[in-house]
Design a protein around this ligand. Structure first.
Ligand SMILES: Cc1ncc(COP(=O)(O)O)c(C=O)c1O
Length: 397
């Protein structure tokens, strides 16, 4: 089928939750994608920061094929060897102690919120159940995750929302102090805000949150669904800050495109859960965890992570050198880059797409670049050249 035929069938059969482009991709290799009409694209969206090793990485294909021929699914009634191996890698890479596997970022955040509440419940402090999150944050679309998300537009029409969520200003410790009290169980924060516009936390902010949590006995939860898994040039973004959370959530890049999420925690926080407290039928199944273990084998390597850091710096330097007056700021960490524009991002993204470069917005005025972490220097040069050409040709002011 052609792009337009697939789009027409999609309109007919798929629920109307996404504003989709009339394009359908049918093949991918590394940082390249081909649409149903045969046109090639340079992919700086990467399935929204998911395909961290590019499309169809041969090592991931091999592991997935082998696992598919061996065992697909058995449930968590039994121990699953690939799950145990993936968990061991995550524990080693994070400095945390225990892992719960699930299927998505929202589910990982649900698990984290439930763990924080149950932790205090088990200590006889059931009234200690409030969660502090941040304005402009994004934590997912389940009811609790959308309530944690500090943006009204995602919550509208879904009342009644779960109770006990309070919002503070990002990078503002004073604002956090003003909303915490004896009922605060946890602070949930993205070390680099993603959907909210690619905003890295200040070091003093994350370190200050850690001190505040230690002082008040509050659990510190980092949502690294978007910024984790090597995206910023360290396995976990918090490792740049010298701050360790009690709980961290990941998803997106963990399976390199295979759907899987996870919540990691210290032994102390993990003591909140006992058998029967939380579960997921598919969570940690052999297919997903076999792929995740292979992803971790590749990315948890100092030279791989160093390359992400230097490629990100190269990309941001090239973007800053464009010196276009519509670029307000180029910011980010590693290969998680935001270009804040004085004009709406949507038109620029569309024009880049027509020239074969895929980009995604992060809020109305930020163009986001989250390419595969394996993107080459030449692909970075090409992407910046297309972006620059679009700015030069565009009359958007
Ligand atoms: C920081 C963050 N948390 C949570 C989520 C939700 O993840 P998922 O869409 O896998 O549920 C996202 C998705 O964009 C995210 O960026």
């Amino acid at each position: 089928m052609s792009n337009s035929e697939i789009a027409a069938q999609g309109q007919r059969y798929i629920m109307n939750t996404y504003g989709r482009y009339p394009l359908s991709f049918v093949r991918g290799q590394g940082s390249l994608l081909w649409d149903a009409d045969g046109k090639a694209y340079l992919d700086f969206v990467g399935g929204i920061a998911v395909c961290i090793l590019g499309h169809c990485h041969p090592d991931l294909v091999k592991v997935l094929q082998q696992q598919a021929e061996t065992l697909w699914h058995i449930s968590n009634l039994y121990w699953i060897e690939p799950q145990v191996k993936a968990a061991a890698r995550l524990v080693k890479g994070s400095g945390l102690d225990k892992v719960f596997f699930c299927n998505s970022g929202a589910e990982a955040n649900e698990a984290a919120i439930k763990l924080a509440r149950k932790y205090f419940y088990r200590q006889g402090q059931s009234e200690r159940n409030h969660i502090v999150t941040f304005l402009q944050s994004f934590h997912g679309r389940t009811l609790a995750a959308v309530t944690a998300t500090g943006q009204l537009k995602y919550q509208e029409g879904f009342n009644p929302l779960p109770q006990g969520f309070h919002y503070a200003e990002y990078n503002n410790l004073q604002s956090v102090s003003s909303v915490i009290n004896k009922q605060t169980a946890a602070i949930l924060v993205e070390p680099v805000q993603g959907e909210g516009g690619i905003r890295p936390a200040d070091t003093e902010f994350l370190q200050g949150l850690r001190q505040l949590c230690d002082r008040e006995g509050i659990l510190l939860i980092f949502d690294e669904v978007q910024c984790g898994m090597g995206r910023t040039g360290s396995l976990f973004a918090y490792q740049h800050y010298g701050v360790k959370p009690d709980i961290v959530t990941i998803a997106k890049g963990l399976g390199g495109g295979f759907p899987i999420g996870a919540m990691l925690s210290t032994d102390k926080a993990a003591s909140g859960f006992a058998p029967g407290d939380h579960a997921s039928t598919f969570g940690g199944n052999p297919l997903g965890t076999a792929v995740a273990e292979q992803v971790l084998t590749i990315i948890d390597d100092p030279s791989f992570l160093q390359r992400v850091e230097s490629a990100g710096q190269d990309l941001m330097r090239k973007l800053r050198e464009l010196n276009d007056e519509r670029i307000v700021e180029v910011r980010g960490q590693g290969l998680m880059v935001g270009i804040e524009m004085s004009v709406e991002a949507a038109e620029i993204i569309k024009s880049c797409m027509s020239k074969g470069l895929l980009l995604v917005g992060a809020g109305s005025h930020v163009v986001r670049m989250v390419p595969p972490l394996t993107v080459s220097d030449e692909e970075i040069r090409q992407a910046v050249a297309i972006f620059s050409q679009v700015l030069q040709e565009s009359a958007i002011a």
